[in-house]
Design a protein around this ligand. Structure first.
Ligand code: NI
Ligand code: MN
Length: 224
């Protein structure tokens, strides 16, 4: 499975049988690292409705006949735009063929840019090619992360930007609860208010937990 960080919270997962993009806020970044034409998702997974996560969902879904997988509210919004969608909610899992998706709680808010209700914010565990990958979405630290880590996590994508989500200190505690093999920090350095030192966070993770940590530059990927 190839994981590529597209900047902010946007992540591309390419498995043997399926390609997913999570929270595809790409073209709205100050320096987008990929053009939308480089992405060919079968599934677009959304953690919540905020504009810095919904991002390029509409254009990407139309160009690829991709299915938007998210909360009932976000899937409904996608459906009203004429996009293929599949509604789920926290705690529910479904096998999509080539990957299994389970949504988890997240402590945040969720509204569309026009202010309309976007359902509950969520995180997501994706099983793909025998690997378990957790994308926390936007969230505060919460102790039930321990439950999300049960069964083992090969990679955890955790926000460290602070201000809107966990900062580095709380993300470090999240690593202790989740016990993943690898941590990839997300949701930082996109805007001045969420500037963080990813390498300093990675050193802390390596010193204080049993996990490895790989801060990826936007556009950079890794094979798992
Ligand atoms: Ni948000
Ligand atoms: Mn956000």
């Amino acid at each position: 499975m190839n994981l590529r960080y597209l900047g902010h919270s946007a992540v591309q997962l390419v498995g043997d049988a399926v390609e997913l993009v999570i929270d595809p806020f790409v073209s709205g970044q100050a320096e987008p690292v990929v053009s939308l034409e480089e992405l060919a998702p079968d599934l677009i997974v959304l953690s919540h409705a905020h504009g810095d996560h919904w991002g390029d969902t509409e254009e990407l879904a139309r160009a690829n006949d991709a299915t938007v997988v998210s909360s009932a509210e976000i899937a409904g919004h996608a459906g009203a735009l004429g996009l293929a969608s599949h509604a789920m909610n926290t705690g529910g899992a479904r096998d999509f063929g080539g990957c299994k998706i389970k949504f988890t709680p997240a402590f945040h808010s969720s509204s569309f840019p026009d202010g309309s209700y976007g359902g509950m914010p969520m995180g997501v565990v994706i099983e793909i090619d025998g690997l378990r990958c957790y994308h926390a979405g936007d969230t505060a630290l919460f102790s039930d992360m321990r439950l999300i880590g049960r069964g083992g996590l090969d990679v955890a994508l955790l926000p460290i930007g602070d201000n809107f989500t966990m900062g580095p200190e709380d993300a470090l505690e999240a690593v202790e609860l989740l016990q993943p093999k690898l941590v990839v920090p997300i949701h930082y350095n996109t805007f001045p208010v969420i500037e963080q030192d990813g390498e300093a966070f990675a050193r802390q993770v390596r010193e204080r937990t049993s996990a490895d940590c790989r801060p990826l530059r936007p556009g950079e990927g890794l094979s798992l």
